[in-house]
Ligand binder design. Structure first.
Ligand code: LLP
Length: 429
């Protein structure tokens, strides 16, 4: 579901004509829809709350998916928490208005300085991923006179995901303490001055479109909750991570059918029935994926005997998913094509100097000309947040739409900002 649709021959974000944004802000530009973000959050939160109304869940938005301040403030205002993975994310979550008691800190390699910052800020929970981190967290927190609430992220040896690079739950992946070690570590942690173990966390991968792998992993975790309790430990929280996938192939209508969210909620209810734990969730892509597009302009055509290249002003530094994961993004012309428009198979490429800078090959699109605008759909998650300045390209502008209004929530980077932070070594200054 999303709020990008054609109206009077042009693609709109809610009630804003994308051509207006292109004219006023320029391209490339990310455009996000508040209504879509709000709806996704509400649908997810309500479905998870219905699992066990007597123990409301925590929904921690995985802000790595999209850390735009406007997006974060929209979610903070809805009451969401934040799942963070670096000091920068903790700082940005706080700046966006997420209360510390709704922030969790995950990640494979947290440094002493990062842990100290998070503990001092008073965050809700640290998701510990290694024994070394357990020792470090306890030491850091004890030094600050604190006892930090924490859970162990356990690797259930069940992975899944839309691509090998985004699978995290198998034993071959770097994430979490091993399932077999969880009991020993839990017992060790009980005697440590700086931590208070509250439970367990798991996250098996991303862009997962069926519930089977989740179910297998969660069932294992539920078993572990039981055995830890049998050993006398207190296990009050079970953080089930993120990873629910979204449709990247979308019909041009407002809604696309029954939701995976309901199946997922039913499955979680089944697996955690009678467990009496406080559930946590860390959705990222599900909340923001379909809520954003990357609008770009056609610069040139480059016809070859065997193919037609369409060179656009966005590149792999702006949206790396196709180059990095062979990801598919639909491409919609911003000006609606006539029903009988000639179709051309394009290789859509960016200006960067490597062949990997290809968004798609042989994609049938209505015939396009220089200066035409097109939109990469479903670019709200892991789009802008993974962008870089490769080839000394400016980070693109980001815009948040609400109804008939829009705001530039991240102005296009300037050349002064891009070049101004470099320092020449003294011997060459
Ligand atoms: N929790 C943890 C511990 C995670 O590592 C992640 C994502 C999430 C939650 C949120 O997962 P989601 O609900 O968004 O699937 N850049 C890749 C995706 C990487 C996902 C990393 N971890 C992509 O563009 O497909």
């Amino acid at each position: 579901m999303h709020h990008f649709a054609y109206r009077d021959g042009a693609l709109f974000a809610e009630d804003v004509d994308l051509r207006r944004i292109a004219a006023e802000v320029g391209t490339p530009v990310y455009v996000y829809s508040s209504a879509t973000i709000e709806r996704h959050y509400r649908v997810f939160e309500e479905a998870m709350r219905a699992i066990n109304p007597s123990r409301p869940p925590h929904v921690f938005y995985a802000m790595k998916a999209n850390g735009n301040l406007g997006v974060l403030k929209t979610l903070a205002a809805l009451g969401a928490g934040a799942d963070t993975v670096s000091e920068g994310e903790v700082r940005k979550a706080l700046a966006a208005g997420f209360p510390p008691e709704k922030i969790v800190f995950s990640g494979v390699g947290k440094s002493e300085q990062e842990l100290a910052f998070a503990v001092e800020a008073g965050i809700y929970q640290v998701n510990i991923e290694t024994e070394g981190e357990l020792d470090l967290l306890s030491r850091v927190a004890a030094k600050l006179g604190r006892r930090q609430e924490a859970v162990f992220r356990v690797n259930p040896d069940i992975g899944a995901g839309g691509h090998a690079k985004i699978t995290t739950g198998s034993a071959a992946n770097k994430f979490g303490v091993s399932f077999e070690e969880a009991s020993r570590l839990y017992a060790r942690a009980a005697n440590m001055p700086g931590v208070r173990m509250m439970g367990l966390a798991v996250h098996i991968g991303s862009q997962i479109r069926e519930t089977e792998a989740f179910e297998a992993a969660y069932a294992k975790m539920a078993g572990l909750v039981g055995s830890l309790r049998d050993e006398g430990h207190r296990v009050e929280r079970l953080d089930l991570g993120g990873g629910l996938g979204i449709p990247y192939e979308i019909p041009k209508s407002f809604d696309h059918g029954p939701s995976l969210i309901q199946d997922y909620a039913a499955m979680v209810g089944r697996v955690t029935k009678g467990l009496d734990v406080e559930l946590g969730f860390e959705p990222g892509r599900l909340i923001v994926g379909n809520a954003g597009i990357l609008m770009t302009k056609v610069l040139h055509l480059n016809p070859r005997p065997s193919k037609q290249f369409l060179v656009v002003d966005a590149a792999m530094n702006d949206l790396v998913r196709p180059a990095m994961y062979e990801a598919y993004h639909e491409i919609w012309p911003v000006t609606e094509a006539a029903a009988d428009a000639k179709q051309v198979a394009y290789d859509v490429v960016g200006p960067i100097c490597e062949s990997g800078d290809t968004f798609t090959t042989g994609r049938e699109l209505p015939e396009l000309r220089p200066d035409d605008l097109i939109a990469f759909m479903t670019a709200g998650a892991y789009g802008a947040s993974m962008s870089s300045t490769y080839n000394q390209r400016l980070l693109v502008a980001e815009v948040l739409v609400k109804g008939a209004e829009y705001a530039v929530t991240r102005p296009r980077q300037t050349f002064e900002e891009l070049l101004g932070t470099d320092r020449a070594p003294p011997w060459l200054a």
